[in-house]
Design a protein around this ligand. Structure first.
Ligand code: CMC
Length: 424
């Protein structure tokens, strides 16, 4: 590729151009300020590449998502979540031995320190589980070495991946006032989570295979999504040399927002609202088109996907199959489909290229599994965890790593003299 040319105040600057392994073009502006004294302005970072990354590729125009080169459709069909975690974090699909060892390590690090159980007692029963998850993940840094030495990082990655689901399940048990259920070593990653969520002291929960598989699919589909808001947060915090637990805790907070992972909770609340209002989905499609209403169709639209979100397509099919297998008839699934149908024929949504995203159908599946609405974003966090870990690790190993420190266009007052209080 030839260099880009920029003319500013009559001077010409050359900006090197490059392309990625999938042919994406970039203009390298790292020397822009040093040479021209100008900076690039890009609110929302829609045109800014913050790093080079070899983890996930997305082509939003063609609805393509690949982890380490493997199409999401193939991983969704054939991979277990633990394999995908390994793939994202270590860069290649595990051999049988590697996977067995990885799973064993995850199994034996699932427990949290007994003292940490006391932390749960301090939260009110109404506490949102995302608040608990972020606080508890941050608190893990008080129990383990966090000096970012390689051997500690490797183990902390395993610890976090293993313990996050225990923390999530304990947060749920706390919210409903039930006894915590300890993990069982004989169970799979997904099976163990469902056991910790739904077993009772008096009655163990036998995890139905259909739910184990549905959870596996959900986690695989959420596992990474390159430089999204929460992953960028993890990288930004990590760029200051903050420890892994602190960086991921920040990512969890970023994910919580309703424009990001928090949308899955909002989708179900929206569908419930429309259902309770007589199911008139057209009224809500019209409201979403009217900016003055302040209402958006939750689970619709994406910064990158401008054609379709392949994850939404897979989840819609899965929702149909799983509900059928469970014999569940959820009116919200029909409502979601009607809403999608109307929106996808509407000029507003067509012109703005707004399609259902991953959050649109995931909640229907979580509901069928018996997971309460305010746990949905926690489920997203459990799925996204390997992505955060892979990006944090990649950042640590990046020779170009510098502390993340954007600039700004200052639009405030120019210099003025301070006026003492008595004279104001
Ligand atoms: N309903 C109605 N209008 C919308 C919607 C929507 N869901 N999403 C975007 N628009 C409109 C928006 O008003 C804007 O119109 P205009 O150009 O006239 O100002 C245009 O479409 C572009 O929207 P934007 O907000 O500038 O786009 P963005 O890339 O900054 O935001 C988004 C992307 C996902 C935050 C946004 O589409 C949205 O708020 N969607 C609803 C929340 C949601 O489902 N979030 C989950 C995202 S996928 C999972 C994840 O990554 O977390």
């Amino acid at each position: 590729m030839t260099a880009a040319k920029l003319t500013l105040d009559g001077r010409e600057f050359e900006l090197p151009a490059e392309s990625g392994s999938e042919g994406e073009k970039i203009i390298d502006i790292t020397r822009l300020r040093a040479e021209s004294m100008a900076i690039a302005l890009d609110p929302g970072f829609g045109n800014t590449g913050a790093c080079r990354s070899a983890i996930t590729f997305i082509d939003g125009e063609r609805g393509i998502l690949r982890y380490r080169g493997y199409p999401i459709e193939e991983l969704a069909r054939g991979a277990r979540f633990t394999e995908v975690c390994f793939l994202l974090i270590y860069g290649h699909l595990p051999t049988r031995d590697e996977l067995d060892q990885f799973r064993e390590k995850l199994t034996y690090h699932t427990l949290i320190h007994e003292d940490m159980k006391k932390f749960f007692e301090g939260y009110p029963p109404s506490a949102h589980p995302m608040a608990i998850l972020s606080a508890m993940v941050s608190a893990l840094s008080t129990y383990y070495p966090v000096d970012n030495a390689d051997e500690n990082v490797d183990l902390n990655i395993i610890r976090l991946l293993a313990k996050a689901k225990t923390i999530a399940a304990f947060a749920y048990k706390k919210s409903i006032g039930q006894a915590f259920q300890y993990p069982r070593n004989a169970l799979s990653y997904t099976g163990n989570f469902l056991h910790m969520m739904f077993s009772l002291n008096t009655e163990p929960y036998e995890v139905p295979q259909v739910l184990d598989d549905a959870l596996n699919l959900l986690l695989v589909l959420h596992a990474d999504h390159e430089q999204n808001c929460s992953t960028s947060t993890v990288r930004l915090v990590g760029s200051s040399d903050a420890n892994l637990f602190a960086s991921v805790a920040a990512g969890i907070c970023a994910l919580w927002g309703p424009l990001h992972g928090g949308a899955n909770q909002r989708v179900i609340e929206m569908l419930q609202l429309i259902h309770a209002d007589g199911g008139n989905h057209r009224k809500y499609v019209d409201m979403a088109k009217d900016k003055a209403s302040g209402f958006r169709l939750m689970g619709f639209g994406h910064r990158v996907y401008k054609n379709f979100d392949p994850r939404a397509k897979l989840l819609k099919e899965a929702a149909d199959q799983v509900l059928h297998q469970l014999g569940v008839d959820d009116p919200l699934l029909d409502l979601a489909k009607h809403l999608e149908e109307v929106a996808l024929k509407d000029d507003y949504f067509l012109e703005k290229k707004l399609y259902p995203n991953v959050d649109f159908y995931s909640g229907i599946l979580y509901r069928a599994m018996g997971i309460p609405t305010d746990m949905f974003t926690v489920m997203f966090a459990l799925g996204r965890l390997p992505g955060w870990l892979a990006h944090w690790k990649e950042l640590r190993q990046d020779p170009e790593r510098r502390i993340g420190r954007p600039r700004q266009l200052y639009t405030g007052e120019t210099e003025r003299a301070f006026v003492p209080l008595a004279k104001r």
